[in-house]
Design a binder for this molecule. Structure first.
Ligand code: PMP
Length: 465
C-alpha cells in the first residue's frame, strides 16, 4: 500500500479511485490452476533451484531473531547519508517539489533485499495495476520489479520458451525481442498487423492451419499501444479476438506495453489485455510488462512484470541467478517520488507526458504532409513515439515492386544528413521493405522539417525526378 506525504495509507479501489479504507479484495475472479503452467515453463525454468539464502530473507524480519544469515555488507560503512532531489509538480510543472530519501528508507535502498523488488514499491505498482487495469491484488496474479521491461521480458521468454520452439510475433516487431528468439533458435511465426494493430484474422488463420504433427506455439509477443515500430494501437475487437484465440489454441500473451501511458488517441483508450482477460472464463493467459522508462526515466532501469505466479516465480529465480535483484537504490528513489506524488499526481503526470508526445506527433505528421506528400504513406499513430511510413520510391509509373528502404535510409539519407531506421530491422526474416521507422520524441519542429526536407531530396534523386 502506498503512503501519501501526510502518512495516510491509501490504496485504489475497484473503480480506479483512491481511498483510505480499501480492504483486501475477495477473490471473485476464476483463475487457471497452478498445474496448468507446468506445460508452459521451459526446461530452463524447471531446472532452476531457488537460492538457499534469498528465500530466507523474510525470516530475518521476525521480532527477536538475530540474523547471521546473509552476506549483507554493514551499511555503517556506506558513505551515503541522504538523497535530496527536486521533482516537477504534475499539476503545475513550473513548480518544483522537494523529495528526500534518508533513514530507514535509504538503508533499504542501499542494501541487498527482495529479489522481486522493494516490497513497498511492489505494493505501489500492484495498486497502480488495479487503478489502470482493474486487476485486484491476490486475484490470480502478482508482480516483480526488474531492470527495465527489457530485463523482465528476456527472463520471461527464457522461462517459457525452449530452444527451437515456434513463437508467434506480431510483424513488424520490436527489434529488441528478435535476439531473444534468435538466440533460442526459435521459428518466429509472423502475425500480420495493420492500422488497427495485430490482425487477429491472420493469427486465426495461422493457428487453424497449424500442422497437427507440430507442437503449437506457447507464446504470442505483441506491443498493444503505440507499437514499436508501427506506432499502431490495437483496437478492442482485435484484442478480444486475440484473447479468444489464446484460450482456444492455448497460448500465453506477452503484452509488452511500455507505451501504455503514452496514449493520446481521440477515442477512449482500449483496455489492456491484462484488463480484458477479466471477461474470460478464467484469467492467467496474459503476462504483462510495464516500464517507467518513457514516463519517469529510462536510465533508472525500472520495469515490472505482472501475471500468473508461476511465471513471476520463474522470473525471480532467473533474477536470483543473473543479478540477485534489480537496483533497490533506483527503486527507493522512485518509491520516494511516487509516495510523495501519490496515484493522482502520477496519473496527472502521465497525462502530461501523453499530451507532450501528441504535440510531437502533430508536428511530425504536419511535416510529413508538407515534405513527403506523394512520396510516402503512413497511418497516424495514436500512442507512443514512432511513425512508420512507406516510401513510394520507385520511379513514377513503376509499380513492379514495393521497393527497399535499406540502402536509401541507411546510406543515402545518412549521407544527406538524416538518420532513421530501415524497416527491415523489424522483420524477423530481415526481408526487404519500403517502410521506415522515425522517432518523433526528441526533435524540434525546425529539426523535423529540415530532416524531412533532406529526405525528400534523397527520395526524389532516387526516383530520378
Ligand atoms: N519493449 C518495447 C516495445 C520497447 O520499445 C522498449 C524500449 N525501446 C522496451 C521494451 C524496453 O524498455 P525498458 O527501458 O523498460 O527496458
Amino acid at each position: 500500500m502506498a503512503t501519501h506525504s501526510d502518512g495516510i495509507l491509501i490504496a485504489p479501489n475497484g473503480n480506479g479511485h483512491v481511498n483510505g479504507n480499501a480492504k483486501a479484495p475477495s477473490s471473485a475472479v476464476k483463475q487457471l490452476p497452478e498445474e496448468f503452467y507446468r506445460d508452459f515453463l521451459s526446461i530452463d525454468a524447471k531446472t532452476r533451484k531457488p537460492s538457499p539464502i534469498r528465500g530466507l530473507f523474510p525470516l530475518e524480519n521476525r521480532p527477536g531473531v538475530i540474523s547471521l544469515l546473509a552476506g549483507k555488507p554493514n551499511d555503517a560503512m556506506f558513505p551515503f547519508t541522504s538523497f535530496n532531489f527536486m521533482v516537477k509538480s504534475p499539476t503545475d510543472t513550473s513548480k518544483e517539489i522537494p523529495v528526500t530519501l534518508d533513514g530507514a528508507d535509504l538503508a533499504l535502498g542501499l542494501q541487498y533485499g527482495a529479489t522481486a523488488g522493494l516490497p513497498r514499491l511492489v505494493e505501489w505498482f500492484t495498486g497502480l495495476q488495479e487503478l489502470s487495469h482493474k486487476r485486484k491484488k491476490g486475484e490470480g496474479w502478482r508482480l516483480s520489479v526488474g531492470g527495465g521491461s527489457q530485463d523482465m521480458l528476456y527472463k520471461a521468454v527464457t522461462a517459457i520458451v525452449n530452444p527451437g520452439d515456434p513463437v508467434l510475433v506480431e510483424s513488424p516487431v520490436y527489434a529488441g525481442v528478435l535476439p531473444m528468439f534468435e538466440t533460442l533458435h526459435c521459428e518466429q511465426i509472423e502475425v500480420e498487423t495493420d492500422a488497427e494493430g495485430i490482425r487477429s484474422e491472420s493469427l486465426r488463420s495461422i493457428l487453424e492451419n497449424w500442422p497437427a504433427s507440430k507442437p503449437k506455439p506457447k507464446v504470442l509477443y505483441t506491443v498493444p499501444y503505440g507499437c514499436n515500430p508501427t506506432g499502431m494501437t490495437a483496437s478492442t475487437p482485435r484484442r478480444k479476438e486475440v484473447l479468444e484465440l489464446a484460450r482456444v489454441h492455448n497460448f500465453i500473451i506477452l503484452e509488452d506495453d511500455p507505451y501504455y501511458y503514452l496514449y493520446f488517441g481521440k477515442a477512449e483508450r482500449p483496455p489492456s489485455y491484462f484488463q480484458l482477460e477479466l471477461d474470460e472464463p478464467e484469467v492467467g493467459r496474459v503476462l504483462r510488462f510495464d516500464s517507467l522508462s518513457k514516463i519517469l526515466s529510462a536510465g533508472m532501469r525500472i520495469g515490472f512484470a505482472s501475471g500468473p505466479k508461476p511465471f513471476l516465480d520463474a522470473i525471480d529465480l532467473h533474477t536470483g541467478t543473473a543479478n540477485l535483484q534489480g537496483s533497490h537504490l533506483t527503486q527507493a528513489i522512485t518509491l520516494a517520488l511516487l509516495e510523495k506524488w501519490g496515484y493522482d499526481n502520477f496519473i496527472t503526470h502521465t497525462h502530461n507526458v501523453a499530451a507532450f508526445y501528441k504535440q510531437k506527433r502533430d508536428v511530425f505528421e504536419k511535416a510529413l504532409s508538407t515534405h513527403l506528400a506523394g512520396l510516402a504513406e503512413w497511418s497516424t499513430p495514436e500512442a507512443g513515439m514512432f511513425v512508420w511510413f512507406k516510401l513510394l520510391m520507385n520511379p513514377v509509373g513503376d509499380v513492379s515492386a514495393e521497393g527497399d528502404s535499406e540502402d536509401l535510409i541507411r546510406t543515402k539519407a545518412y549521407e544527406g544528413g538524416v538518420l532513421a531506421l530501415p524497416g527491415t530491422v523489424f522483420l524477423p526474416d530481415g526481408r526487404k521493405t519500403a517502410y521506415v521507422r522515425a522517432s518523433f520524441s526528441l526533435s524540434t519542429e525546425e529539426q523535423v522539417n529540415e530532416a524531412l526536407k533532406r529526405l525528400r531530396t534523397v527520395i526524389l534523386k532516387e526516383r530520378g525526378a
